[in-house]
Ligand binder design. Structure first.
Ligand SMILES: NC(=O)c1ccc[n+]([C@@H]2O[C@H](COP(=O)([O-])OP(=O)(O)OC[C@H]3O[C@@H](n4cnc5c(N)ncnc54)[C@H](OP(=O)(O)O)[C@@H]3O)[C@@H](O)[C@H]2O)c1
Length: 233
Protein backbone atom coordinates (compact mmCIF):
# COMPACT_ATOMS: atom_id res chain seq x y z
CA UNK A 1 0.00 0.00 0.00
CA UNK A 2 1.01 3.58 -0.44
CA UNK A 3 0.68 5.47 2.84
CA UNK A 4 0.18 9.01 1.56
CA UNK A 5 -3.23 10.31 2.75
CA UNK A 6 -4.27 6.86 4.03
CA UNK A 7 -6.01 6.86 7.42
CA UNK A 8 -4.98 4.71 10.39
CA UNK A 9 -6.12 4.15 13.95
CA UNK A 10 -3.39 3.12 16.38
CA UNK A 11 -4.92 1.96 19.67
CA UNK A 12 -2.57 2.58 22.58
CA UNK A 13 -0.68 5.10 20.49
CA UNK A 14 0.39 7.31 23.37
CA UNK A 15 3.61 5.45 24.19
CA UNK A 16 5.99 2.64 23.25
CA UNK A 17 5.26 0.56 20.16
CA UNK A 18 2.05 2.42 19.30
CA UNK A 19 3.73 5.83 19.47
CA UNK A 20 6.65 4.67 17.28
CA UNK A 21 4.20 3.19 14.78
CA UNK A 22 2.13 6.39 14.63
CA UNK A 23 5.35 8.35 14.09
CA UNK A 24 6.47 6.15 11.19
CA UNK A 25 3.03 6.24 9.55
CA UNK A 26 2.81 10.04 9.82
CA UNK A 27 6.35 10.34 8.41
CA UNK A 28 5.10 8.48 5.30
CA UNK A 29 2.20 10.87 4.80
CA UNK A 30 -0.58 8.94 6.56
CA UNK A 31 -3.29 10.53 8.73
CA UNK A 32 -3.30 8.86 12.11
CA UNK A 33 -5.51 8.87 15.19
CA UNK A 34 -4.10 7.48 18.43
CA UNK A 35 -6.01 6.32 21.49
CA UNK A 36 -5.15 5.92 25.17
CA UNK A 37 -6.65 6.27 28.64
CA UNK A 38 -4.24 8.79 30.17
CA UNK A 39 -5.45 12.04 28.56
CA UNK A 40 -2.41 14.15 29.37
CA UNK A 41 0.09 11.59 28.02
CA UNK A 42 -2.10 11.04 24.95
CA UNK A 43 -2.37 14.73 24.08
CA UNK A 44 1.36 15.30 24.59
CA UNK A 45 2.19 12.40 22.26
CA UNK A 46 -0.37 13.48 19.67
CA UNK A 47 1.28 16.92 19.59
CA UNK A 48 4.75 15.41 19.17
CA UNK A 49 3.73 12.93 16.52
CA UNK A 50 1.23 15.02 14.55
CA UNK A 51 -1.66 12.64 15.22
CA UNK A 52 -5.28 13.11 16.31
CA UNK A 53 -5.77 12.29 20.01
CA UNK A 54 -8.85 10.25 20.86
CA UNK A 55 -9.23 9.77 24.58
CA UNK A 56 -10.79 6.31 24.57
CA UNK A 57 -10.52 3.04 26.46
CA UNK A 58 -10.59 0.10 24.03
CA UNK A 59 -12.01 -2.15 26.74
CA UNK A 60 -15.34 -0.28 26.56
CA UNK A 61 -18.03 -0.26 23.88
CA UNK A 62 -18.30 3.53 24.10
CA UNK A 63 -14.53 3.90 23.66
CA UNK A 64 -14.57 1.81 20.48
CA UNK A 65 -17.58 3.66 19.04
CA UNK A 66 -15.94 7.01 19.72
CA UNK A 67 -12.63 5.91 18.20
CA UNK A 68 -14.36 4.98 14.94
CA UNK A 69 -16.63 8.05 14.87
CA UNK A 70 -13.97 10.65 15.70
CA UNK A 71 -11.53 9.17 13.15
CA UNK A 72 -14.15 9.14 10.39
CA UNK A 73 -15.41 12.63 11.31
CA UNK A 74 -11.87 14.03 11.18
CA UNK A 75 -10.46 12.21 8.16
CA UNK A 76 -13.49 10.91 6.22
CA UNK A 77 -12.22 7.36 5.74
CA UNK A 78 -10.22 4.52 7.28
CA UNK A 79 -7.66 2.22 5.68
CA UNK A 80 -5.92 0.52 8.59
CA UNK A 81 -6.21 -0.42 12.25
CA UNK A 82 -3.16 -1.11 14.40
CA UNK A 83 -4.73 -3.10 17.24
CA UNK A 84 -1.95 -2.41 19.72
CA UNK A 85 -3.38 -1.38 23.11
CA UNK A 86 -2.46 -3.95 25.69
CA UNK A 87 -1.04 -4.59 29.10
CA UNK A 88 -0.17 -7.41 31.45
CA UNK A 89 1.92 -8.69 34.29
CA UNK A 90 3.40 -11.85 35.74
CA UNK A 91 1.02 -13.95 37.88
CA UNK A 92 1.69 -17.54 38.89
CA UNK A 93 -1.08 -20.07 39.37
CA UNK A 94 -2.18 -19.68 42.97
CA UNK A 95 -2.02 -15.89 42.68
CA UNK A 96 -4.76 -15.47 40.02
CA UNK A 97 -7.79 -13.36 40.78
CA UNK A 98 -10.94 -12.95 38.71
CA UNK A 99 -10.22 -9.24 38.64
CA UNK A 100 -6.71 -9.68 37.18
CA UNK A 101 -7.99 -11.98 34.43
CA UNK A 102 -10.90 -9.68 33.60
CA UNK A 103 -8.70 -6.61 33.53
CA UNK A 104 -6.13 -8.04 31.09
CA UNK A 105 -8.64 -9.91 28.95
CA UNK A 106 -10.97 -6.89 28.63
CA UNK A 107 -8.23 -4.92 26.87
CA UNK A 108 -6.01 -7.55 25.21
CA UNK A 109 -8.78 -9.88 24.00
CA UNK A 110 -12.31 -8.45 24.22
CA UNK A 111 -11.29 -4.87 23.38
CA UNK A 112 -9.00 -5.96 20.53
CA UNK A 113 -11.73 -8.26 19.19
CA UNK A 114 -14.48 -5.63 19.27
CA UNK A 115 -12.24 -2.85 17.93
CA UNK A 116 -11.21 -5.21 15.13
CA UNK A 117 -14.86 -6.04 14.47
CA UNK A 118 -15.82 -2.36 14.23
CA UNK A 119 -13.02 -1.75 11.72
CA UNK A 120 -13.77 -4.97 9.80
CA UNK A 121 -17.41 -3.95 9.34
CA UNK A 122 -16.28 -0.67 7.78
CA UNK A 123 -13.61 -2.41 5.67
CA UNK A 124 -16.07 -5.07 4.39
CA UNK A 125 -18.33 -2.33 3.02
CA UNK A 126 -15.35 -0.73 1.28
CA UNK A 127 -13.92 -4.10 0.14
CA UNK A 128 -10.56 -2.91 1.41
CA UNK A 129 -8.68 -2.68 4.70
CA UNK A 130 -5.74 -3.63 6.88
CA UNK A 131 -5.68 -4.88 10.46
CA UNK A 132 -2.45 -5.43 12.38
CA UNK A 133 -2.83 -7.26 15.69
CA UNK A 134 0.04 -6.80 18.12
CA UNK A 135 0.36 -10.06 20.03
CA UNK A 136 3.72 -11.16 21.48
CA UNK A 137 6.26 -13.96 21.59
CA UNK A 138 4.19 -14.80 24.70
CA UNK A 139 1.53 -15.89 22.17
CA UNK A 140 3.87 -18.56 20.81
CA UNK A 141 4.92 -20.38 23.97
CA UNK A 142 3.73 -20.29 27.57
CA UNK A 143 6.10 -19.65 30.48
CA UNK A 144 6.02 -19.57 34.26
CA UNK A 145 3.90 -16.61 35.35
CA UNK A 146 2.25 -16.21 31.93
CA UNK A 147 -1.14 -17.71 32.82
CA UNK A 148 -2.96 -14.41 32.39
CA UNK A 149 -0.92 -12.32 29.91
CA UNK A 150 0.44 -15.12 27.71
CA UNK A 151 -2.98 -16.76 27.37
CA UNK A 152 -4.53 -13.40 26.42
CA UNK A 153 -2.00 -13.10 23.58
CA UNK A 154 -2.61 -16.73 22.51
CA UNK A 155 -6.27 -15.70 22.15
CA UNK A 156 -5.37 -12.63 20.08
CA UNK A 157 -3.16 -14.77 17.83
CA UNK A 158 -6.11 -17.14 17.37
CA UNK A 159 -8.34 -14.20 16.45
CA UNK A 160 -5.77 -13.11 13.86
CA UNK A 161 -5.93 -16.52 12.19
CA UNK A 162 -9.76 -16.61 12.25
CA UNK A 163 -9.98 -13.11 10.73
CA UNK A 164 -7.45 -14.02 8.04
CA UNK A 165 -9.73 -16.87 6.97
CA UNK A 166 -12.89 -14.72 7.12
CA UNK A 167 -11.70 -11.40 5.74
CA UNK A 168 -9.42 -12.27 2.81
CA UNK A 169 -12.41 -12.50 0.43
CA UNK A 170 -13.11 -8.83 1.22
CA UNK A 171 -9.55 -7.73 0.33
CA UNK A 172 -8.80 -7.16 3.99
CA UNK A 173 -5.28 -8.01 5.07
CA UNK A 174 -4.86 -9.21 8.66
CA UNK A 175 -1.31 -9.33 9.98
CA UNK A 176 -0.13 -10.67 13.34
CA UNK A 177 3.01 -9.17 14.89
CA UNK A 178 4.81 -10.83 17.81
CA UNK A 179 7.36 -8.58 19.50
CA UNK A 180 9.86 -10.08 21.89
CA UNK A 181 10.94 -7.90 24.85
CA UNK A 182 10.78 -4.19 23.96
CA UNK A 183 12.10 -1.50 26.32
CA UNK A 184 8.82 0.38 26.81
CA UNK A 185 6.70 1.22 29.85
CA UNK A 186 5.04 -2.19 29.48
CA UNK A 187 4.75 -4.03 32.84
CA UNK A 188 7.00 -1.45 34.52
CA UNK A 189 6.24 -0.25 38.05
CA UNK A 190 4.12 2.89 37.70
CA UNK A 191 4.14 2.38 33.88
CA UNK A 192 7.40 4.39 33.72
CA UNK A 193 9.15 4.51 30.32
CA UNK A 194 12.34 2.39 30.32
CA UNK A 195 15.74 3.75 29.33
CA UNK A 196 16.87 2.68 25.89
CA UNK A 197 19.31 -0.26 26.03
CA UNK A 198 21.62 -0.54 23.01
CA UNK A 199 21.15 -4.29 22.42
CA UNK A 200 17.42 -4.53 23.21
CA UNK A 201 14.45 -3.79 20.98
CA UNK A 202 12.83 -0.36 20.89
CA UNK A 203 9.33 0.47 19.73
CA UNK A 204 10.98 1.65 16.49
CA UNK A 205 11.97 -1.89 15.44
CA UNK A 206 8.42 -3.15 15.90
CA UNK A 207 7.03 -0.11 14.08
CA UNK A 208 9.48 -0.81 11.25
CA UNK A 209 8.20 -4.40 10.99
CA UNK A 210 4.55 -3.20 10.96
CA UNK A 211 5.10 -0.51 8.35
CA UNK A 212 7.23 -2.82 6.17
CA UNK A 213 4.57 -5.52 6.17
CA UNK A 214 1.86 -3.00 5.27
CA UNK A 215 3.99 -1.42 2.56
CA UNK A 216 3.87 -4.53 0.38
CA UNK A 217 1.53 -4.14 -2.60
CA UNK A 218 -2.07 -4.83 -1.51
CA UNK A 219 -2.21 -8.01 -3.58
CA UNK A 220 0.00 -9.73 -1.00
CA UNK A 221 0.04 -10.02 2.77
CA UNK A 222 2.32 -11.44 5.47
CA UNK A 223 0.22 -13.44 7.95
CA UNK A 224 2.61 -13.21 10.87
CA UNK A 225 5.88 -11.57 11.87
CA UNK A 226 7.99 -12.27 14.96
CA UNK A 227 10.66 -9.78 15.98
CA UNK A 228 13.58 -10.64 18.25
CA UNK A 229 16.57 -8.62 19.41
CA UNK A 230 19.71 -9.92 17.73
CA UNK A 231 21.75 -10.28 20.92
CA UNK A 232 19.82 -9.17 24.01
CA UNK A 233 22.06 -11.11 26.46
N1 LIG B 1 7.06 -4.15 25.59
C1 LIG B 1 7.15 -5.42 25.34
O1 LIG B 1 8.12 -6.10 25.75
C2 LIG B 1 6.09 -6.12 24.52
C3 LIG B 1 6.39 -7.38 24.00
C4 LIG B 1 5.42 -8.05 23.26
C5 LIG B 1 4.21 -7.45 23.02
N2 LIG B 1 3.92 -6.22 23.54
C6 LIG B 1 2.60 -5.65 23.27
O2 LIG B 1 2.76 -4.44 22.57
C7 LIG B 1 1.63 -3.60 22.80
C8 LIG B 1 2.10 -2.21 23.17
O3 LIG B 1 2.83 -2.27 24.37
P1 LIG B 1 4.09 -1.33 24.70
O4 LIG B 1 5.23 -2.21 24.98
O5 LIG B 1 4.20 -0.28 23.68
O6 LIG B 1 3.61 -0.75 26.12
P2 LIG B 1 3.24 0.74 26.62
O7 LIG B 1 4.35 1.67 26.33
O8 LIG B 1 2.79 0.54 28.03
O9 LIG B 1 2.02 1.16 25.69
C9 LIG B 1 0.74 0.65 25.85
C10 LIG B 1 -0.23 1.61 25.22
O10 LIG B 1 -1.53 1.04 25.28
C11 LIG B 1 -2.39 2.00 25.92
N3 LIG B 1 -3.48 1.26 26.56
C12 LIG B 1 -3.39 0.29 27.50
N4 LIG B 1 -4.61 -0.17 27.80
C13 LIG B 1 -5.49 0.53 27.03
C14 LIG B 1 -6.90 0.54 26.87
N5 LIG B 1 -7.68 -0.29 27.58
N6 LIG B 1 -7.46 1.38 25.98
C15 LIG B 1 -6.68 2.23 25.25
N7 LIG B 1 -5.35 2.27 25.35
C16 LIG B 1 -4.76 1.44 26.24
C17 LIG B 1 -1.49 2.80 26.83
O11 LIG B 1 -1.99 4.07 27.18
P3 LIG B 1 -2.82 4.33 28.57
O12 LIG B 1 -2.12 3.61 29.65
O13 LIG B 1 -2.88 5.79 28.71
O14 LIG B 1 -4.16 3.78 28.31
C18 LIG B 1 -0.27 2.96 25.92
O15 LIG B 1 -0.49 3.96 24.96
C19 LIG B 1 0.81 -4.29 23.90
O16 LIG B 1 -0.29 -4.96 23.30
C20 LIG B 1 1.79 -5.30 24.49
O17 LIG B 1 1.13 -6.42 25.04
C21 LIG B 1 4.85 -5.52 24.28
Amino acid sequence: MIFKDKVFIVTGGSSGIGKATAQQLVARGAKVSITGRDKEKLEKTAGEVGALAIHADVSTEAGIERTMKETLDAFGSLHGLINNAGHGWVRKVGDYTWQDFEDVYRTNVFGAAMMGQAAAQYFKDKQYGNIVNIASTAALKGYAGGGIYSTSKFALRGLTQCWQAELRPFNIRVIGVNPSEVTTAFAQPGRMEREEVSNKLRGEEIAHAIVSALEMDDRGFIPELTVHATNPF
